[in-house]
Design a protein around this ligand. Structure first.
Ligand code: COA
Length: 343
């Protein structure tokens, strides 16, 4: 049997404060009906003043480590790598992962951030899994965490309806290719010609290389919804098909597709492209919105907590996001000790 990275822990965290569609409609020219019918979202969680991405990442990471402890009955001190997917780091520099690792008491482990917006978790998973199979790491904590509420334009009804804050995490350990939980393959890609479709223009070296403050509003996140919608459907469908071919599964053999929770209409369109039945598609975006890098692990957590995702299920993960970027991963779902969900 060849060495593989095996998923053995799962956790997630959401900030306490819930913003309902009605609350948004009281502030902006929108309605519960518009948001529900155009996106499938009913509410989202947002951080409190002073709360940041690292706080959510630490809470989700702690829960995933506890889950791994319960699953494998092993101490955390085997963790030698922390990979944090985020596009809303606590600061532009240094990376947020070392602070998260430190606050989790993981000592001097290797740690770094991965930036691939909504595809961040799949990229981080592929990076950590590859480091484990290469023998560079033995046990990794992989976290997806974002607080997009901190970079949204308060007057933008579209992005404020869609995005929510959160964090999700998994633990990977070294194991063997045939085990449940072993990551069976990845498909990753990008298309930089779409850089401007999902972006924060200011705050980076390009804007800062010109003396003077950023133009008004350029520090906010912007998204061109229609082309993003089209590309999300196309790229997640194509990436899923590529990976299924490589892994040797037909779409009918997949029990659960856990796609990036961007918009229920995007999930349904991907389902249509792939020929999936509704029961194969996992969706939790009605309760959390689009939580960016946290989206896929939070959907996994909710699907496990709700009994929808069971040990032995063939699972396909697929994501799409800014960059543009996309990525998919496949595994057979393992038996996990997940404890009580943290909100
Ligand atoms: N409430 C009410 N009306 C809204 C609105 C809101 N929250 N947001 C946008 N609208 C309006 C638009 O201004 C537009 O009005 P106009 O026709 O007068 O110009 C109208 O609704 C239709 O806009 P359109 O962009 O065509 O709607 P849509 O059906 O494409 O839905 C999105 C908009 C953003 C929900 C959809 O394009 C989408 O989900 N895109 C992908 C977003 C995403 O997933 N991003 C992250 C990817 S990782």
């Amino acid at each position: 049997m060849s060495r593989a990275a095996v998923l053995c822990g799962l956790g997630g965290a959401l900030p306490e404060r819930i913003v309902s569609n009605e609350e948004l409609a009281a502030q902006l020219d929108t309605s519960d009906r518009w948001i529900r019918t155009r996106t499938g979202i009913g509410q989202r969680h947002v951080v409190a003043p002073g709360q940041s991405t690292s706080d959510l990442a630490v809470a989700a990471g702690a829960q995933a480590l506890a889950s791994a402890r319960g699953t494998a009955g092993q101490p955390d001190d085997g963790v030698d790598l922390v990979v944090l997917a985020t596009s809303t780091p606590d600061r532009p520099c240094p990376a947020t992962a070392p602070d998260v690792a430190h606050r989790l008491g993981l000592g001097g482990v290797a740690s770094f951030d991965v930036s691939a917006v909504c595809t961040g978790f799949v990229y981080a998973l592929a990076t950590a899994a590859s480091m484990i199979t290469a023998g560079v790491a033995g046990r990794a904590l992989v976290i997806g965490a974002d607080t997009f509420s901190t970079i949204l334009d308060p007057a933008d009804r579209t992005t404020r309806a869609i995005f929510g804050d959160g964090a999700g995490a998994v633990v990977l350990r070294a194991g063997e290719a045939g085990e449940p939980g072993a990551l069976l393959g990845f498909d990753l890609g990008s298309d930089g010609s779409g850089t401007d479709l999902i972006t924060v223009r200011a705050g980076g070296s390009r804007q800062r290389s010109v003396p003077g403050p950023a133009a008004a509003g350029e520090e906010f996140f912007t998204m061109d919804g229609r082309p993003v919608f089209t590309r999300a459907v196309l790229d997640m469908s194509r990436s899923s098909q590529n990976l299924l071919e490589r892994v040797g599964w037909s779409t009918a053999e997949v029990d659960k597709v856990v796609a990036h929770q961007a918009n229920i209409r995007i999930l349904n369109a991907v389902g249509e492209q792939l020929g999936l039945e509704e029961k194969q598609i996992v969706a939790n975006l009605d309760r959390v919105g689009n939580t960016v890098a946290a989206s896929i692990p939070l959907a996994l957590r909710d699907a496990v907590a709700g009994g929808e995702l069971q040990p032995g299920h063939r699972v396909l993960l697929t994501g799409f996001g800014g960059g543009l970027t996309w990525g998919s991963a496949a595994l057979v779902w393992p038996e996990l000790e997940t404890g009580r969900p943290h909100r």
